[in-house]
Design a binder for this molecule. Structure first.
Ligand code: ZN
Length: 404
């Protein structure tokens, strides 16, 4: 049973920091705190100076991830790591990533102020989660040793080297847990009016480039029955595809890029090229769905089709014990919660491969994210941070109980 005293979390400090950090890199189109840019460095300095003022020791690794920590009474025990990322997409909102870092900072302060903790409590602000040409979750992949394939040109543009990436790999046995509090970036919690989501898994992402090959020909003289129109085939196949998955709740699929060749009005298109993305928390479902799409493609009589795999990121299960601990923390605080999958990728995805990882979601109003209109209410921001603090306390007390 955890101690009855709650960590006194400084909610107003959290709200103030979120809005002050949100002004660093703000533009007319939203937040533009792109990793390795000037605003990014300024934002990271902002967080680091607050960490140091609070009495944390800090360091920045060679790819630019920021760490700040309060040492535990038994510093040899594996630490509790909590945080998220400090960069944004161009035209992003102020909560994505930054909230998770600042909430982890407030939670760490609250737990530290409450009394002795066995484990070191460490806060992290990862770099380049949004990635760009470095690939998504770059900072956390460097931290886990999964960024060694990063293209040299992308590293050069960021002003870092392959040696910096290698030197930023941490020893996962130094950590007992990684906790990431993040806005949901979807409408589920907001619509259900539930304060906290506990992700069970992070979806895998499979992306194909689909090419449909017909025959380019004169748009005026070629009779309808004699055409091999790549656009007509694409429209037919995609209509069947989306109809066949319309009611599914175990996967989503998106065609986000579509191109026709030659792509001029008076010519029947000879080629259609588009992306087909599949996301599910179950890789077997994705594999089966890709097979179903392939059969639609091969059954078409007008044109031929092929699929080339572009991206294959497996789904990641989050640690069941961490999920239980977060749920117990919610119960301690009387906060309603629901378990749910995460449809977006996070720093937690690479880290879950090497450190027991749990995530906490706070509601996104109308589910809007990667937009300047992204919003989470102050009450929900504070509640999320309180659940995080409580979870950290519970993990630390479990360590003490096990040692005693
Ligand atoms: Zn994020």
């Amino acid at each position: 049973m955890p101690s009855g005293k709650e960590p006194a979390l400084h909610g107003r400090g959290l709200i103030r920091n979120v809005s002050e950090l949100g002004r660093i890199g703000w533009t007319d189109h939203g937040l533009g705190r792109i990793a390795y840019g000037a605003a990014y460095a300024e934002g990271r300095d902002f967080v680091r100076s607050r960490m140091e003022t609070a009495g944390m020791a800090t360091r920045i690794d060679r790819v630019g991830n920021l760490f700040g920590w309060f040492e535990g009474t038994e510093p040899d025990q594996p630490a509790i790591l909590a945080g998220s990322h400090l960069d944004s997409v161009p035209g992003g909102g102020i909560y994505d990533g930054a909230y998770g870092v600042l909430a982890a900072f407030e939670a760490a302060k609250a737990v530290h102020a409450q009394g002795p903790h066995t484990r070191t409590i460490e806060v992290v602000g990862f770099t380049a989660e949004e990635g760009g040409d470095l690939g998504g979750t770059f900072g956390s992949r460097a931290f886990t040793g999964m960024a060694s394939e990063t293209p040299a040109l992308a590293l050069e543009r960021a002003g870092i080297t392959a040696a910096d990436v290698a030197a930023s790999k941490a020893d996962p046995s130094r950590y007992a847990a990684y906790l990431e509090l993040h806005i949901e970036q979807g409408p589920v919690l907001w619509r259900k009016k539930i304060a906290i989501g506990i992700p069970t898994a992070i979806v895998g992402i499979t992306r194909y480039e689909v090419t449909i090959t017909g025959e380019a020909n004169h748009a005026g003289t070629t009779p309808m029955k004699e055409r091999h129109d790549a656009m007509r085939t694409a429209a037919r196949i995609l209509d069947r595809w989306f109809a066949s998955i319309a009611d599914r709740t175990d996967m989503v699929s998106t065609v986000g890029v579509f191109r026709l060749e030659p792509g001029v009005a008076p010519v029947v298109p000879g080629t259609a090229v588009f992306t087909l993305e599949l996301r599910s928390t179950d890789d077997a479902i994705t594999g089966k769905a890709a097979g179903e799409f392939r059969s639609l493609l091969s059954a078409d009589e007008e044109c031929t089709g092929s699929m080339r795999l572009l991206v294959s990121k497996p789904a990641v299960r989050l640690d069941p014990t961490m999920q239980d601990t977060i749920e117990e923390a919610c119960r301690d605080l009387g906060v309603p919660c629901v378990r749910m999958p995460s449809g977006a990728s996070h720093d937690a995805s690479p880290i879950a491969h090497v450190i027991p990882t749990g995530m906490i979601f706070a509601p996104s109003v109308r589910g809007i994210s990667h937009s300047k209109d992204e919003y989470t209410s102050p009450d929900d921001l504070v509640r999320g941070a309180e659940v995080l603090a409580r979870t950290i306390r519970r993990i630390d007390e479990a360590a003490t109980a096990a040692a005693g």
